[in-house]
Design a protein around this ligand. Sequence first.
Ligand code: SAM
Length: 316
Amino acid sequence: MNENGGKGSSADGHGSRQPVHRPVLLQEVMAILELRSGLVVVDGTVGAGGHSRAIVPCIGPDGVLVGLDRDSEILREAQATLGEADVAGAGAGISLFHLPHSGMHEALARIGQSRCDRVLLDLGVSSLQLDRPERGFSFMADGPLDMRMDASSSPTAADWLAEVDERTLADTLFQLGDERYSRRIARRIVEVRRRTKIVRTAQLADLVVDALPGAARGGRIHPATRTFQAIRMCINDELGELERGLAAARDCLRPGGRLAVISFHSHEDRVVKHFLRAHMQVVTKKPIEAGYDEVRDNPRARSAKLRCGVRREDVA
Ligand SMILES: C[S@@+](CC[C@H](N)C(=O)[O-])C[C@H]1O[C@@H](n2cnc3c(N)ncnc32)[C@H](O)[C@@H]1O
């Protein structure tokens, strides 16, 4: 799918789909974006359309929502969500694009806009991606070791693991996963791949557990969580994409326009914090985090941090 412009997207339109993805920090995002009728809003990580679904009624029939996602499969979910009667009926122009958020210039140009008023980035993977074993993001169910957000680009996680040298692998697990046993895990991966290619998520998860000392195998989170996160962030170049997406947002926003970013990882949050300080007027001195009730209902919200900045008037 490339572009699906016009008033609302095609879908069954009966408003009867069950919510498949719970947007994180929804009330907080809606408040900080200060939406009003007629705004042009870019949802750079539209995902299943959870945030966009709430945004559309606030921008009214004169508003424009531009949704981008690197994942064409997930974009179809957004199309269905935003095509539901109550969303499409709000009348805003909705256009969806299979593009990274760094491509927001191109998306805006394709619908005849040069600037926007709001940008939202809700980083990382969606629960829909995690819940589909065939996408290879999760150690919870066995599947091919893929992990690509955009199936048409970059090597799969299996291909990357087959080629990467041990030192780079260990550094990646340490830097992107905060994995303190990075060297042991990297050594084990290199040993195993001499005998057989690591091609399944369960194979990798078991191998990580085997590599850890006994005491490190318990704990609140699965022992392979950090390894999977690090490999996913690496093969999708998530930090590089974030830097390019933030720069694109600053360039596309009109002076006075707002950028809101939700991150789930300390490295991402650091990049966002420094970017906002350097290039925008900071709205959130400290990041906004989910309250007790949201974390209880949606454990994924536990690590979410929302930051917001306003594009300064004085920037050309
Ligand atoms: C946390 S989900 C977003 C959920 C969405 N806000 C919602 O409420 O349904 C993150 C989404 O961003 C997408 N994504 C990640 N990196 C991206 C990038 N650089 N450009 C565009 N989309 C990206 C993923 O494919 C995923 O669908």
